[in-house]
Ligand binder design. Sequence first.
Ligand code: KIV
Length: 288
Amino acid sequence: MITLPAITEKRRRGEPLVMVTAYDFPSARAAEAAGVDLVLVGDSGAQTVLGYPSTVAVTSEEMIVLARAVRRGLESPFMIADLPFGSYEESDEQAVRTAMRFVKEAGAQAVKLERGNSTSVSRARAIVQSGIPVMGHVGLTPQTSTALGGNRAQGRSSGDATRIAGEMVALAAAGCFSIVLEAIPAAVTAELVKLVDIPTIGIGAGPATDGQVLVFHDLLGIRDSGGARFVQRYADIQQEMTAGVAAYAADVRARRYPAAEHWYSIDPGELERFREQLAEVSGRPPGL
Ligand code: KIV
């Protein structure tokens, strides 16, 4: 079981931290078997498994169903759940209430929230004070990508990079145990990570962070499109799934499936008696 001190210790030793998203039992089992350090039940599940166009619409109820399935599939990795958009912004009380649900109902060990403005920093502090570890998330924050002008890299001007720097310092001071940096120029990230003494996890933020995270469906190619430029595909599972279902469909249509090895057998005497009983049930002589 990977604990927060174990994560800190890995960072101290300079060992890269591996984080991946998961949304259900099979993806959790894959993360477990692969030996990753941290698993995020990301609200990217809104798109990858629930088919929403963005992360905005997903609710706590939906995310809790996903998180519970992930919990059942995990033993070792440290499990974090994303707080969905609209579930923490209204007040510190709302944020603590939602975070508690993810811990008590879904078994999450920590929660993640987006942005480092004064609202998110206040929510992070309140949740930490309630006893729940919090991961921050700066740079491209998909829940508010409309306000950011779309899903694009952040921190590409000195002013914007300085804003992100201030957010990271504030989130760390609020007690976050770690921060995700998304879609930030590598050279900016290299400066940002020096500002905080907590593990940083990058996605499209270059090599300077303490660890990396990728979306499960992106890294395995379980999607129709290519994804963001920072995604490295390690498999093409969507193509494999389509090919498998197409082969099954072709076998059924050609009557190749099911074949004899897929059938159950019955003792010939039992079959004979069954046919006789069938005659009684139907009122027709055997064999007709
Ligand atoms: O929801 C998600 O998958 C995330 C990662 C991109 C960090 O927030």
